[in-house]
Design a protein around this ligand. Structure first.
Ligand SMILES: [Zn+2]
Length: 265
């Protein structure tokens, strides 16, 4: 079986000095690629520099709701220009979104709307962070015409998930589903149509059960997958390949393109 980590902060310091090792370990357990989302302009060059499509390492550029205050309108112009130049390895806009538990929604909204509009205009994937803001996020997607969108690290109700699915969104499945206490999310994920599900770690955050806080890594994708397969009761080989197809459709690449090519390893 082969897997893909659709959302992994592989540029964060937790991976400094061990990136090659982690990539090799991930590959050994079947994780053949990942997407690095960017959270702030100051990180864009670093994120882009780590990308290596031959090794299955892709990236997105964006401004996360926690960091909007450090940006100017010029950054949105620059973002559109950089994305419009179609840099190799760049597959989307993000991580952007809204967070009801940190900062002011009114301050976050214009930044999110602008990034959704860029993704729609350039026909790029959109990677969304939504915490306690699902209705507001859905409204922005509807207004700006969001296309291929990942609601990353989804937790919410079945109805909220269905609303996102109606808007063409994919639902990110991460470490949360490995925790027995996350009853609601586990139940929702087990009931959704398979063709909207995408595996992700959000590493180094969102540690699965048994992994220390802040120590998550793409190596743990198979554990998340095993829990997902157990929850849904589908054939594992079939489910793994269905999830690869979904990640490919989200990021606009065939699964065979998405994964590392042996010659580059
Ligand atoms: Zn993230």
């Amino acid at each position: 079986m082969r897997f893909f980590d659709a959302h992994c902060h592989f540029d964060f310091p937790r991976f400094d000095g061990v990136r090659e090792q982690v990539l090799a370990q991930a590959s050994e357990v079947g994780v053949k690629g990942l997407v690095i989302p960017a959270v702030r302009q100051a990180d864009w060059q670093r994120v882009a520099g780590l990308s290596d499509p031959g090794k299955g390492v892709w990236y997105c550029l964006g401004i996360h709701p926690w960091f909007v205050a450090e940006h100017t309108a010029q950054d949105i112009d620059d973002l559109e220009k950089m994305l419009g130049s179609q840099p190799p390895g760049c597959v989307g806009v993000g991580e952007c979104g809204l967070d009801g538990l940190r900062g002011e929604l009114s301050a976050q909204l214009p930044w999110f709307s602008a990034q959704v509009a860029i993704a729609a205009k350039l026909n790029l994937a959109l990677v969304v962070h939504s915490v306690k803001t699902h209705d507001q996020v859905a409204a922005v997607l509807r207004a700006e015409g969001g296309g291929r969108t990942l609601i990353h690290g989804f937790s919410g109700s079945y109805q909220q998930a269905c609303k996102f699915i109606e808007l063409g969104c994919y639902i990110g499945v991460g470490g949360v589903v490995t925790h027995g206490r996350a009853k609601k999310t586990r139940d929702v994920i087990s009931r959704l149509p398979v063709d909207v599900l995408v595996l992700e770690t959000d590493a180094p955050d969102m540690a699965p059960v048994g992994v220390a806080k802040g120590q998550n890594s793409p190596v743990h994708i198979p554990e998340i997958f095993a829990e997902l397969a157990a929850l849904r009761g589908e054939n594992k080989e079939w489910l793994a390949e269905a999830l690869m197809e979904n990640a490919g459709r989200l990021y606009g690449l065939a699964p065979d393109e998405l994964v590392a090519h042996p010659a580059s390893l």
